[in-house]
Ligand binder design. Sequence first.
Ligand code: COA
Length: 386
Amino acid sequence: MTETANADVRIVATGLYTPPNAISNEELVSAFNQYVDKYNDANAEAIAKGALEPLQKSSAEFVEKASGIKSRYAIDREGILDISRMAPRIPARPNDQLALLAEIAVFAARDAMRAADLKPADIDGVICAASNMQRGYPAVAVEIQDALGIEGYGFDMNVACASAAFGIETALGLIRTGARRILMVNPEICTAHLNFRDRDSHFIFGDVATAVILERADGPAGGEAWEILGTKLLTKFSNNIRNNFGFLNHCEREDGAAPDAQNDPHTDKLFIQEGRKVFKEVVPMVSELISGHLATVGVAPDAVKRFWLHQANLAMNEFIARKVLSRDADRTEAPVVLDEYANTSSAGSIIAFHKHRGDFAAGDIGVICAFGAGYSAGSVIVRKTA
Ligand code: COA
């Protein structure tokens, strides 16, 4: 566990890119159920003989009740809803074109740079912190840096859904060792790693990109500013959320065939999870992390105006907030964006922070907390200064 408690670095802006296409639960479930009918019809004989289990239908009511999710944004709607495909259609781009993951990060970065009135020359480095990188190398962050015209350096990091908190901690370290400003981006094309044929998880994720700009707090801020009172990180190995996609895939299949994300029976190359176990194990881990962190920094839970939590499951966030506060939190104290965005992995807590902080006055304190696969979790305590 690492912990820091200094207010020498501040957040001066956030940015958001939301894809233009949304998919409601009803639309997603309707496509899934058509696929189920088609599968069960095609396999009617085997099912009648008891040789094959029929697929079960999904339900929009279940999805909203179990997760709080009502809708999600997607880079490509049609491919996901096309029952002969059930995956977004994302054409490969030539190497001399900006990669899609870099492109959505650049949109979010420009939004943040505009908000703080910063030019590329004001930024010294770029961190791309996300769950799913588009490629092994060159680092996506270096491409984002180039597209924005930022001097200095860029690098990628992945701590799954907790990536933004780990990215903030890393930016803090870079600023303490000399950088003036760091841009930290979280582009997430989560729909591309989701198995839309899996009833248990087909509704979970959405696509988005967020950006955070941090700077050394050694003078008056030019505009809005949030001093970082402390950061605290924690990881604990678990197989309950996992994605085995990687560069060894084409070497490891016994039949020697290359992986085919479309029809591959090796579905663990896509997102898999034991949702119930995750719920049970992550809630105590995260609530203890936040409570312990607040105690270390000397902030009473009731002095926290807002908890901008990772957006995976509504009940999970309600439990975490209840454990930290020893009472129920209302939607103002623990805002919800997953109803509209679904789980956007590393970006979730930053979307919540981006959209729900306008009512803060100087001196008000909030907690950004990201958590997910690893398990991994990070808490960032901020106080508005200007
Ligand atoms: N439609 C209708 N019913 C469904 C369904 C669907 N799409 N998916 C599952 N069900 C059924 C199951 O078959 C099960 O039925 P049974 O009780 O007859 O066996 C029942 O609903 C409950 O399934 P379960 O998987 O236990 O649901 P849940 O209440 O745990 O909710 C999640 C599922 C995934 C929403 C929830 O566990 C969750 O969000 N966990 C946290 C995950 C998390 O944070 N992950 C981080 C990822 S980064």
